[in-house]
Design a protein around this ligand. Sequence first.
Ligand code: FAD
Ligand code: DLZ
Ligand code: SF4
Length: 518
Amino acid sequence: GGVLRFVLGDQLNRRLASLRDIDPEQDTVLLVEVEAEATYVRHHKQKIAFLFSAMRHFAAELEAEGIAVDYVRLDAPGNTGSFTGELARAVARHRPERIVTVEPGEWRVLEMMQAWRDDLPVPVEIREDDRFLCPRRSFEAWAEGKASLRMETFYRAMRRRTGLLMEEGEPVGGQWNFDRDNRKPLPRELVPPRRAGFPPDAITREVIALVAERFPDHFGNLDAFAWPVTRAQALEAFAAFLEEGLPLFGDYQDAMRTGAPFLYHALIAPALNAGLLTPGEVCEAAERVWREGGAPLNCVEGFIRQILGWREYVRGVYWARMPDYAGTNALDARRDLPWFYWSGETRLNCIAQVVRDTREHAYAHHIQRLMVTGNFALIAGLDPAQVEEWYLIVFADAYEWVELPNVHGMVLFADGGVLGSKPYAASGAYIDRMSDYCGRCSYEVSRKEGERACPFNYLYWNFLIENEARLSGNPRLAMPYRTLARMSEARRSHIAADAARFLGSLSAEPVPQSGVQA
Ligand code: FAD
Ligand code: DLZ
Ligand code: SF4
């Protein structure tokens, strides 16, 4: 009897649509740790540990409330290793009158859910995930008939719809967007706040040991684990951000510093994506801080735009365009992912630093993802599927609904311009301006040609040359293409030769003498 309420690992919220009407007398909540979810890509060890720990803590909270929870641990006897297998076993155990669940964050899992409706002996109700601020249906109505979509238009509509940072129908401060005041390099003497970290408790330590034992070959370290694993911790970390990070969030949003990936960022994406926080509450809290004078508008608007704008937008694009979205390769990029994305062993110091941060923390901030590992993948012509898999593996906040549009669309332009209007290609000068990486690099960022030149410099032009037929008509690339048109044949052939030499030296396999484990 009763209803079996199946909650996925990234749905850990008491107000989830499938838990709201729970009858504690009759119903059971099912949570399962399964091998297939931990290995459909070989996630970073911290990502698995974070999620298992958050799941176990969430289960304990429900039980403390008097709700019956059936929690299947990874090492439970008879664990079949998959959602479908565990759901079938749970149906046999509980003989529920029906199953209630919430739509998942990945197409792959939605297909499984649809099969459950046909294959299980009880009715399966799949509810809408109303944690998001823009329902899928509204996004689809907005996107209908548009060949290309623009975040900025969507964002303004969302500001109007939610009333966030609005006064009498107008954006507060008289502008929608204050990015002109943002994106400064970080002054050398500025000391960013310390991360609000949480040392592992007994539950997390147990999970860490399990992950170390079961997934030893997965990328990443567990030593620096400090993620919030409960809603209370996530709220505490977010409160610290509102006080210490938000007042300078916009200013230094794009800055990068060696050994300091956190800077003025919120570090809330793992908690948000897993359900410990909701996008609505974090946007409202940030607005409140501005209204109370705790942070300037350029920072608060910039922060809210990332969540109300970008986060909702990429999710909308994902569901409106899948499954075809993942299969396109508009720039025909085919090169294998170099091994140094795993090992960090490369003379490209910027890449080495971002891979190191990522290995230690399952985190790199937005500009590291976009302008270092992303930009390189774009201008080196790396195969979108391999790059996407890397991004889905290495970050604690990665789920396909958010990773894929960011990588396939924003970074690689593999969608041909559905998500964004131009590829974010850049040369070494951008990385030099926004970071301290170049000063410690064995390449010279000011050099354009030859063995000692920063590879980003010639790869940037090589990318524009190789994609001339596809991209030169793009109005947003008119300026670089005008510069290219004025280039001498000699210069063009140097670029091609430098690029061919460098790209020819990349290896998709571990370098034999390195001995470094991914
Ligand atoms: P902050 O910099 O403090 O920003 C606050 C919040 O804004 C984030 O927590 C996030 O929820 C939201 N946000 C900001 N930018 C984006 C964006 N472009 N798309 C969606 N949400 C955004 N974010 C993920 O959550 N999962 C991913 O798998 C992911 N993959 C990315 C891949 C690439 C190539 C790029 C360029 C970006 C990706 N992002 C992803 C977006 C963004 O980089 C991360 O959300 C952010 O770095 C998380 O750290 P934070 O919480 O400290 O964010
Ligand atoms: C990412 C992940 C991992 C590593 N493990 C589990 C798990 O054991 N059980 C679970 O319910 N969810 C897990 N997840 C999250 C799912 O992969 C996620 O719910 C789907 O990708 C849909 O968003
Ligand atoms: Fe990266 Fe080039 Fe700077 Fe080296 S010089 S850190 S390769 S941008």
